[in-house]
Design a protein around this ligand. Structure first.
Ligand code: NAD
Length: 520
């Protein structure tokens, strides 16, 4: 397909220009969807085993070529090549194999348990039917895994897919698309390169379902557009995850764990720890140690590779982080380390802010940067109240030596995934329903619970009864008695069964008589 205007994208590593990518002309979108739909018809009729072997072969190729794709991800996101492999590539085959196990469960037909007395001669089954063509719109922060975690189940379900990469990371999307072309039937997966206008056009097209991962603002538009078209929609949006650090935690492990999940991927993770509630009793020591760990992290642009953190992905992201830090400091937060650019590209120093409050944007808005923002609390109850006071709800964690108490507290955090003594580590796992509450959106990525977006249920009912059903016309006096007895039986009274069988036989005769009236 020919393409139009080039994207102007420079590498966040050091600003060097990246190979040109062109937006897909939107006039061709209808033809792309038609081609995908046609290919999906054959794909869906193949046995699951065949689809599974092709998807798994594709995952094997991604794993085999991990250095190549990690280099592209590095160029586009700035994240180091090794960490890119770790975060998005090395588990791809395992993910695909697990996704096949999940698919076998999610796609298996279910027999309906129908009561023989209430439904004589009847049987039923509900089947999973592919939606048709599923649109997948992805963000830039994990440009490979944010695709395959929905792409694999969508394909295993028998759908065609239109994939729309972020305009910030189009080359990673294009590379994955090439693997689809290599291993899947021609036309099944289509690539739509472009920015917001391409995503919006996809929602206006006649796709059958949409999976969207991205910001709250865009997610609202996507959900509204999907609602207008009445197509299933899974939206996975921003987060502002809390970590609650209790006085009895294992301090050595908690400090590095909280630093890891605040700063990993330079904080550009939907489930980064963005608010740290620390009990007063250990706050001084915790903050001191966290500052030591954070300031020892190396940042691309300011240290030789391999570094702990890459730069932020884009200039807009740097400005957001700068604004949040400045707002916090103006409102009384204490800067303990970092707080500014590294001086090269989009690099930003690992930052610790103490004495933050809920009046600060660093606590209320998604920052998406390498900032550990600490709020001191008097106890766990105050921490829980604060943790539940933002509009987001993706992940939350409690750090404590008392696992039972930690689990009870974690369950009180309003979030889709909660942890004790860890955070964020199951973001791309085929069995885990990755989901949220409030503005994070109700979408579900992965697990059997994600399949509502990929398949609809079709119920097939069969009646082998050669008698008319006893509740059909005529509505005579026996019908009222029949209703009363059925109600009694459903309350658990087995004593009514002989009487019920008697009425049933009279009703059957009455219905048969009426049926015979029309005969000769
Ligand atoms: P974004 O909303 O700006 O863009 C996401 C995608 O939507 C891009 O491909 C973009 O081109 C497209 N888009 C833009 N306007 C559109 C429109 N009107 N209709 C349809 N598509 C449109 O988000 P981003 O900045 O790329 O990504 C960062 C955000 O993603 C953060 O908020 C982060 O928390 C979130 N995120 C969430 C999860 C999760 O699992 N909850 C995972 C990763 C990222």
């Amino acid at each position: 397909m020919t393409t139009t205007a080039p994207f102007a994208v420079a590498s966040p590593v050091d600003g060097h220009p990246l190979p040109e990518v062109r937006a897909t002309p939107l006039e061709g979108l209808t033809a792309q969807i038609t081609a995908s739909r046609q290919a999906a018809a054959g794909w869906a009729s193949a046995p699951l085993d065949q689809r599974a072997s092709q998807v798994t072969a594709m995952a094997e190729a991604i794993l085999r070529r991990r250095e190549e794709i990690a280099a592209i991800i590095h160029e586009e996101t700035g994240r180091g090549p090794v960490q890119s492999q770790m975060a998005e590539v090395i588990f791809v085959l395992e993910y695909a194999r697990d996704a096949v196990k999940v698919a076998r469960k999610a796609l298996a037909p279910e027999k309906l348990p129908l009561s023989r007395l209430n439904f004589p001669g009847k049987s039923g089954v509900t089947e999973a039917v592919p939606r048709g063509v599923v649109g997948i719109i992805a963000p830039w922060n994990y440009p490979l895994s944010n695709f395959y975690k929905s792409l694999f189940p969508a394909l295993l379900s028998g759908n065609g897919v239109i994939m729309k990469p972020s305009e910030y990371t189009p080359r990673t999307g294009a590379w994955l698309y090439e693997r689809c072309v290599e291993f899947l039937p021609g036309g099944l997966v289509q690539l739509l390169q472009g920015g917001g206008e391409a995503g919006a056009a996809l929602l206006e097209s006649d796709i059958d379902a949409i999976v969207f991962t991205g910001s709250v603002a865009t997610g609202r538009k996507v959900a509204a557009a999907a609602g207008k078209r009445l197509i299933p929609c899974s939206v996975e949006l921003g987060g502002k995850d809390p970590a609650i650090v209790l006085a009895d935690c294992n301090l050595d492990r908690t400090v590095i764990g909280v630093a890891q999940w605040s700063m990993f991927n330079t904080g550009q993770d939907c489930s980064s720890i963005e608010r740290i509630y620390v009990e007063d009793a250990i706050a001084d020591e915790f903050v001191r140690r966290l500052t030591v760990v954070a300031s020892s992290l190396t940042v691309a642009g300011a240290a030789a590779e391999p570094t702990d953190m890459g730069p932020l992905q884009n200039e807009r992201q740097v400005r957001i982080v700068e604004e949040h830090v400045a707002d916090a400091m103006a409102k009384g937060a204490k800067l303990l380390c970092g707080g500014k650019r590294t001086g090269k590209g989009c690099g930003f120093e690992p930052t610790v802010l103490d004495h933050c409050t809920h009046e600060m944007r660093i606590i209320t808005d998604e920052t998406f940067g390498p900032v550990a923002a600490v709020i001191r609390v008097k106890d766990a109850e105050q921490a829980i109240a604060h943790a539940n006071s933002t509009v987001y709800g993706l992940n939350g964690s409690v750090w404590t030596s008392n696992l039972e108490r930690g689990a009870a507290l974690a369950r009180r955090i309003h979030a889709g995934v909660v942890y004790v003594n860890n955070h964020s580590f199951l973001g791309t796992n085929a069995f885990t329903p990755w989901t949220g509450v409030r503005d994070t959106g109700p979408g579900v990525a992965a697990s059997v619970h994600a399949y509502h977006t990929f398949v609809r249920r079709r119920t097939v009912l069969m009646d082998s009864n050669n008698q008319p059903d006893p509740w059909w016309f005529p509505a005579n006096a026996d019908l009222a008695e029949f209703a009363g007895l059925v109600a009694e039986k459903s309350r658990g009274s087995l004593m009514v069964i002989p009487k019920l069988l008697g009425v049933l036989s009279r009703r059957t005769k009455a219905v048969q008589e009426l049926a015979r009236k029309g005969g000769k």
